[in-house]
Design a protein around this ligand. Structure first.
Ligand SMILES: *Cc1c(COP(=O)(O)O)cnc(C)c1O
Length: 399
């Protein structure tokens, strides 16, 4: 093998930063505004154009974005939000920030996204007991879009709002529209954490087609303050005048981050193309191993944030943990996305228990995220595949 790994671990994900990216940030450092300068609006405009949606609001993180998206969509105490158990904790936590109740809908064993069949059944039950959700949050796990059209149909029937957690899915497309276009939802939230599709360091954005949500989000991002005379309760008391009309937060992004995001966004097509090529290579490199390779629906294309395999446990003498540890010991930064959120101690304290979401639990006991990112070389990927093959041979023999 030509690739020499040395002592470096190959991580599961990593950013790609060019000299242009660095220059874009340095330019802002030399400009008059570090925080609320022109780059934020430029970034928002470029992002909205890329996703085919009229409005984008950039924020300090996707978590902050989910929080104010839920709040703008009316979530509060006495309300309910449903999401997938196979997600990062933030998708659920933000509902608790709003004082609402969280419930989970088990995953589809093939796509690892929220199952529309389970959602439909659960909604029927909730309609009978008068406990329908106010918001449903599909999470486009690994970058593969959820069944948005079917979820939209259910949202019309049962009257809930749809907020997409698209932290994995910038650049994915669904039945001819970009994820983020909000063609089948009220709001969509993106993340720009370094492992995600493009990065701003920390950062996120909310996309929407509603001018009402847009204006509300702008206020919630910055303390609930408005400078728009049309929205004020009193007449202006002078040129310094602003009014706080909501209880907002400080979720603003900086101009430095927006400049980085703007520069990164120019390479999104390149990023996606390479991720798709790497995913394709994994399919052929891993053929015949005792694992399930990612199932992909037709008529849509993943952004390939993650490449997740499932061990065929029946064929292995080693446990999931043993395979995991063997790969880590050989320098492969495999990871688990995700240990089911309802099984986190905090959620167990709220009453969730093992056995409630059997597909998500079974999935988590078999899933392994392999390295996949723009700068992963073919040689590194070959090393990952060869090492996995080796480890799985041992796992089959139990030696
Ligand atoms: C990364 C991620 C988030 C949170 O993103 P931040 O920008 O780190 O706040 C939310 N949901 C999912 C599914 C994620 O992967």
């Amino acid at each position: 093998m030509s690739f020499e790994r040395g002592n470096r671990e190959i991580p599961y994900g990593r950013q790609s930063i060019t000299a242009e990216d660095i220059q874009a940030v340095v330019d802002v450092l030399k400009a008059p505004f570090l925080t609320q300068g022109p780059k934020i609006a430029e970034f928002e405009k470029a992002l909205a154009a890329r996703c085919g949606v009229p409005y984008a609001v950039a924020v300090a993180s996707a978590t902050g974005g989910l929080h104010i998206a839920y709040e703008a969509a009316g979530l509060g105490s006495g309300k309910r939000l449903w999401t997938s158990p196979n997600t990062f904790v933030a998708s659920a936590n933000c509902a608790l920030y709003c004082g609402a109740e969280v419930e989970f809908v088990d995953i589809d064993p093939k796509t690892y996204n929220m199952s529309v069949a389970r959602l439909s059944e659960k909604l029927e039950g909730a309609a009978r007991s008068g406990a329908l959700p106010d918001i449903v949050v599909p999470v486009h796990f690994s970058g593969q879009p959820c069944d948005l059209e079917e979820i939209r149909t259910l949202s019309r029937k049962y009257g809930f709002k749809v907020v997409e957690d698209a932290a994995h899915a910038l650049g994915a497309d669904y039945r001819g529209s970009m994820v983020g276009s909000c063609a089948y939802s009220d709001l969509t939230v993106m993340s720009f954490h370094p492992v995600k599709m493009v990065t701003t360091g920390e950062g996120g954005a909310i996309l929407t087609r509603s001018s009402e949500f847009y204006e509300k989000l702008l206020r919630l991002r910055s303390h609930g303050i408005t400078r728009d005379p049309a929205r004020m309760k009193s007449l202006s008391l002078g040129p310094w005048y602003y009014e706080q009309i909501d209880l907002g937060y400080h979720y603003r992004i900086t101009d430095m981050q927006a400049a980085l995001g703007l520069s990164q966004l120019k390479r999104l097509d390149q990023f996606i193309e390479r991720r798709r090529a790497l995913a394709k290579r994994y399919y052929s490199l891993l053929e015949g191993l005792p694992v399930v390779l990612p199932f992909q629906q037709t008529n849509q294309e993943s952004s390939w944030h993650l490449y997740v395999i499932r061990l065929l446990s029946d064929r292995l003498k080693w446990t999931h943990r043993q395979v995991f540890e063997a790969l880590r010991a050989r320098g492969i930064g495999v990871n688990l996305h995700y240990y089911p959120v309802p099984l986190q101690p905090y959620y167990r304290d709220l009453g969730f228990k093992a056995g409630m979401f059997p597909e998500a639990e079974r999935y988590a006991s078999e899933a392994i995220t392999l390295p996949l990112y723009y700068e992963l070389s073919d040689e590194e990927q070959d090393y990952v595949a060869a090492t996995l093959k080796d480890v799985l041979l041992q796992a089959e023999r139990g030696s």
